[in-house]
Design a protein around this ligand. Structure first.
Ligand code: PRX
Length: 652
């Protein structure tokens, strides 16, 4: 093993370079050495219930203390079940009697450059009022509200107001289509949609309310739509159904004491892609999730009371839920929230924001880092980034080149990088360096957090020898784990707990190196990772075959320098001409069915799809073709590949 303090790009593919934290960094960290980490890990492993029980008593406010930490009847976990708490209380009220009362909870910067600051006291005030608005509309504990908003503070306010009174929020990312919103409304039986008139993205106005109107035409369970005025674009308002946020807020007071809610009260659902065409509503509950995101936020980001912390994710994804809203706020942090694109008005917007707010901790995604590299160092060089102390990465593996650039160019060679591996389902970070303790290796998420016990198993569910790849599973429940798929217990069991009896199947492959470091090797299913976002190939295929001219479609991921993976599709037609116009039409169709994030990067028309003897599409062959590993000059000759396909069919 070699120790290095500065990276050299020509050696990036060497996996064993090790970057230990500086003595200065470790010295100021709570978990400041390998010995402290190992002791904590051993303690959690030896007696997980005591470990989590003690933490829960210390970290959360209990109206009624719990007496039982965990009830585990695989695959159903209940944490702290007989206690009562309130997530919104833990995020807000708990700070009001401390020195944090007047501390900035949210620092917000709009894309056009407008700014707002909300202290804990102010945020509490707004959340209490909006919770009263929800009550005035008849929403009660257990009801579902869909939130489809730009990245404005009101998005966090809406989430926390729901949490306060036990309304289950389902945040739908602003890039999803009307169809996708309607599907989610119907699956969750949402009673309310909270949206905005519009939002700003790369200088363009996104007309969110108009999209919601289209969705509501197909969402019979939704009774009301509350509209926050962000853009002033004066959308149509349907009398009796649509209500302005500011008008509703003017009619309520701010008196809304946090009610006692049972630990296992549903907190939110978040839809994510699985290996089938239908997104699943991942369900998280109050206390366990709250504890897990608070502790992991403190451990991984080594948060210190004066730090300015910036997570660049959107609240439409789990990263925004856990590490913009619930984790940082329950830890009493200052969380910066930015509305817009990284390249608006120019490619240095992130660096400008870091300089302006003196950001100490930056948490972003590899796809963004690759874009920054492409845009050029001169954008970075214009700004003073010396406030940065710690860097984070999430969403997909970070390739060593990007890691080195992030480390040297953004971190000035002094900031540890926490490469955090986790999932919508896990609620919070599962594997990551603890920055004051664990030396990092470019491309590895290093070690599991305390209380997390990963296993790597072969096809027969046996542990693989160290160094070999296999299915990444978790052998023990943890407080932040999903509690189910909304309305589909059987799918929950089948998807996560049946392949390896008694263990949680992550869906990722991984291997452990000789130092016990973990390396994520990609998915074992038909899920692809486009710009850090999960997409099911089957979802894209279903969208395509719903077009009247498409007979069959096969979607595969292919490597892409910026996005990580891009979507390539092979399409056979029932009629019509294989023209550029049809290609554009099919792209528009997928945009309408799912949203911009699913639009294929490449559409190839073909007369036939290569299939195995049993009729399964040979995805591996198509992946190779899409990646250019199998040369195919003219797509019409894909037929020739069916011969090859037949020969190789046993491999699939
Ligand atoms: O394949 C892994 C990849 O993203 C998947 C989870 O996606 P999602 O639920 O959308 O959550 C993304 C944000 C937590 C994982 O199964 N993934 C996420 N983080 C990493 C990663 N792959 C490698 N390294 C990571 N740090």
């Amino acid at each position: 093993m070699r120790l290095m303090s500065g990276g050299q790009i020509d050696t990036v593919m060497q996996e064993d370079r090790l970057f230990p934290p500086s003595a200065e960094f470790s010295g100021a960290s709570v978990i400041g050495s390998m010995a402290v980490y190992e002791a904590l890990y051993a303690e959690a492993k030896a007696n997980p219930e005591k470990f989590w029980g003690d933490l829960a008593r210390e970290e959360l406010h209990w109206f009624k203390p719990f007496t039982k930490t965990l009830s585990w009847k695989s695959p159903n976990a209940e944490w702290f079940a007989d206690g009562t708490t309130n997530v919104s209380y833990n995020c807000l009220d708990a700070h009001l009697s401390t020195h944090r009362r007047n501390k900035a909870a949210i620092l917000w910067e709009g894309e056009p450059g407008d700014t707002r600051t909300l202290t804990y006291q102010q945020l509490h005030h707004e959340v209490c009022k909006f919770a009263n608005v929800l009550k005035s509309l008849g929403l009660e504990k257990g009801d579902v509200a869909t939130i489809y908003m730009p990245m404005v503070p009101e998005l966090a306010i809406a989430m926390l107001a729901c949490a306060r009174i036990g309304v289950v929020h389902s945040v739908v990312f602003g890039g999803f289509s009307a169809e996708a919103i309607a599907d989610r409304n119907n699956d969750a039986r949402a009673k309310l949609v909270i949206t905005a008139d519009g939002g700003w993205r790369r200088g363009k106005l996104l007309t969110l309310k108009a999209t919601v109107d289209e969705a509501l035409a197909k969402s019979p369970t939704v009774k009301h739509c509350v509209v926050y005025e962000r853009a002033g674009n004066k959308p149509a308002m349907t009398a009796g159904r649509d209500l302005w946020w500011h008008e509703q807020m003017a009619q309520v007071n701010a008196n809304c004491p946090a009610p006692e809610l049972e630990s296992e009260t549903s907190l939110f659902i978040l839809y994510t892609s699985g290996s089938t065409g239908k997104p699943k509503g991942i369900r998280h509950t109050a206390a366990g999730y709250n504890l897990y995101v608070k502790k992991t936020f403190q451990w991984v980001f080594d948060y210190r009371d004066n730090d300015i912390y910036w997570c660049t994710a959107d609240c439409g994804w789990i990263t925004g839920h856990s590490y913009i809203v619930y984790g940082p706020l329950s830890a009493g942090a200052t969380s910066l929230m930015y509305e817009g694109a990284p390249n608006w008005p120019a490619e240095d917007r992130f660096w400008e924001i870091i300089e302006k707010y003196r950001v100490n901790i930056l948490y972003t995604a590899p796809t963004a880092i690759r874009a920054f590299i492409k845009w050029g160092d001169h954008h970075v060089d214009k700004h003073d980034l010396s406030s940065l102390r710690l860097l984070g990465s999430v969403g997909e593996g970070i390739n060593p080149e990007a890691w080195m650039w992030y480390y040297n160019k953004i971190g000035g060679g002094r900031c540890p990088i926490v490469d955090t591996w986790w999932q919508t389902e896990t609620g919070g970070i599962m594997m990551s360096p603890l920055p004051g303790a664990i030396a990092t290796k470019p491309g590895s998420c290093t070690k599991p957090l305390p209380g997390i016990i990963p296993t790597i198993l072969d096809e027969n569910c046996q542990p693989v020898p160290q160094g070999q790849g296999g299915m990444l599973c978790m052998s023990h429940p943890w407080p932040g784990m999903l509690r189910g798929i909304w309305g589909d217990d059987e799918r929950y069991r089948l998807q996560y707990w049946s392949r390896v009896p008694g263990q949680y199947l992550t869906g990722d492959n991984a291997r452990q190196d000789k130092d016990g470091y973990y390396w994520i090797m990609g998915r074992i299913d038909d899920v692809i990772n486009v710009s850090g976002h999960r997409l099911s190939t089957i979802e894209v295929e279903s969208a395509l075959v719903s077009h009247p001219l498409v007979a069959e479609a096969a979607a595969v991921g292919r490597p892409d320098d910026l996005k990580g993976q891009a979507v390539a599709v092979f399409v056979t037609l029932k009629g019509g001409e294989a023209t550029e116009a049809l290609r554009a039409e099919l792209k528009a169709h997928v945009r309408k069915e799912i949203g911009a994030l699913a639009v294929p990067d490449e559409i190839r028309f073909t007369n036939t799809l290569p299939k195995t003897r049993s009729g399964k599409i040979m995805r591996r062959l198509l992946r190779d073709i899409a990646a250019g590993k199998e040369t195919l000059q003219d797509t019409s000759t894909l037929e020739d590949y069916t011969v090859l396909a037949k020969i190789r069919s046993d491999e699939e």
